[in-house]
Design a protein around this ligand. Structure first.
Ligand SMILES: [Zn+2]
Length: 358
């Protein structure tokens, strides 16, 4: 039996099953209670992950999210309730409230914000671990740039339909997201198509998503997070893990660092500097225009993919128009889009990420 040092008996009792796990023990639990992390995005992955980490007893968790709770979130976003959707509470607020009720010993801080190049470092600085609960690659590459710039580990995770992937990045030690997805190296290309499937080509708003898939990936992400917070780094990072709960297929592929990586070698932080951000401009009285760069879209294919989930899809070879009440989206073959029905650029960006992909 392990010696009980001077941990408060109530705390010891609360975390006893985790303390009995020898890889954590009382010393590990103490370290966890003094640790902190910042989570960006509080949807299916983010809620499952936050739930696990707050119950495990990390010291502080900051949650950054730009969205509101909607009824369609409740099937998989495990921290939210019907009343949150009725009140259209910001997810960061609803999550903070629920997590404080789950574990009042954890300092949970919900921040309603759209993380972008201008505020990324301010929101992420001071935390020894950054967690990905986002739903688009634009923000993930921004997290990758910011984490490398701040020299802080981060955990990438994505899920769509019945499938998800995760990769733990330790800057300077393991492959980063750009090594994995921007590289021409064979290992990079291997994972490219898999990872693209979990966010770039299809999105949860077109292909759906199972709560079970998010739960598996969030669980792997939570275990990686705990290992990192315990500074047990030998077994962490460098492998892209994917899991399909429908087919039962599971893969764990070592990702090599790209010796010419834009981000972790050449330190070209274009997402952090904002160069790679789509430009958003007001267009008319009630529309926002998104100018995407160098992005060729197959409009006919996009139209077929969107048809089951959106209304009034029309495509004429030059543009694709469809309705997501109360919005109307018009998409051009070069990736440009006009979102009618809002003047809020974060709403426009969110709709673009949902239906066109990021
Ligand atoms: Zn890299």
């Amino acid at each position: 039996m392990k010696q009980r040092c001077d941990m408060d008996p109530k705390l010891y009792e609360r975390y006893s099953r985790q303390i009995l796990f020898t890889e954590i023990g009382e010393a590990g639990q103490r370290r966890l209670l003094e640790s902190s992390a910042v989570l960006v995005g509080c949807g299916a992955l983010g809620t499952a992950l936050a739930n696990l980490l707050v119950r495990a007893g990390l010291g502080k968790l900051r949650i950054v999210d730009r969205d509101f709770v909607e009824p369609s979130n409740l099937q998989r976003q495990t921290l939210f309730e019907e009343s949150d959707a009725r009140e259209t509470l910001p997810k960061a607020v609803a999550a903070e409230r629920r997590l404080r009720a789950i574990n009042s010993g954890v300092a949970v801080e919900g921040i309603v914000a759209d993380l972008g190049p201008k505020n990324a470092e301010e929101l992420l600085r001071g935390f020894p671990l950054i967690l990905d609960g986002t739903d688009n690659f634009e923000t993930r590459f921004l997290l990758n740039d910011a984490a490398i710039h701040l020299d802080v580990p981060w955990i990438y995770a994505a899920v769509v339909a019945s499938y998800g992937v995760t990769l733990t990045v330790r800057p300077g030690e393991t492959a980063c997201l750009a090594c994995a997805l921007e590289s021409d190296a064979p290992s990079g290309r291997d994972v490219d198509s898999q990872a693209a499937g979990a966010g770039a080509e299809e999105t949860c708003d077109t292909a759906g998503v199972l709560g079970a898939a998010a739960g598996v990936i969030a669980s792997i992400e939570a275990a990686e997070a705990i290992k990192l917070l315990l500074r047990n780094t030998e077994s962490v990072g460098g492998r892209l893990v994917s899991f399909d709960v429908w087919s039962g297929r599971y893969q764990s592929v070592r990702v090599a660092r790209n010796p010419d990586c834009r981000a972790c070698i050449r330190r070209d932080f274009r997402y952090l500097e904002g160069d790679a951000q789509p430009h958003l401009t007001m267009c008319g009285r009630d529309s926002v225009q998104i100018h995407e760069r160098r992005r060729q879209l197959d409009l006919a294919e996009l139209g077929r993919r969107l048809a089951p989930t959106v209304a009034e899809v029309r495509e004429n070879g030059f543009l694709l128009r469809f309705r997501v009440p109360p919005y109307e989206m018009t998409v051009f073959a070069d990736g440009r889009a006009i979102i009618k029905g809002t003047r809020d650029t974060s709403v426009a960006r969110s709709l673009y990420a949902r239906y066109i992909g990021a």
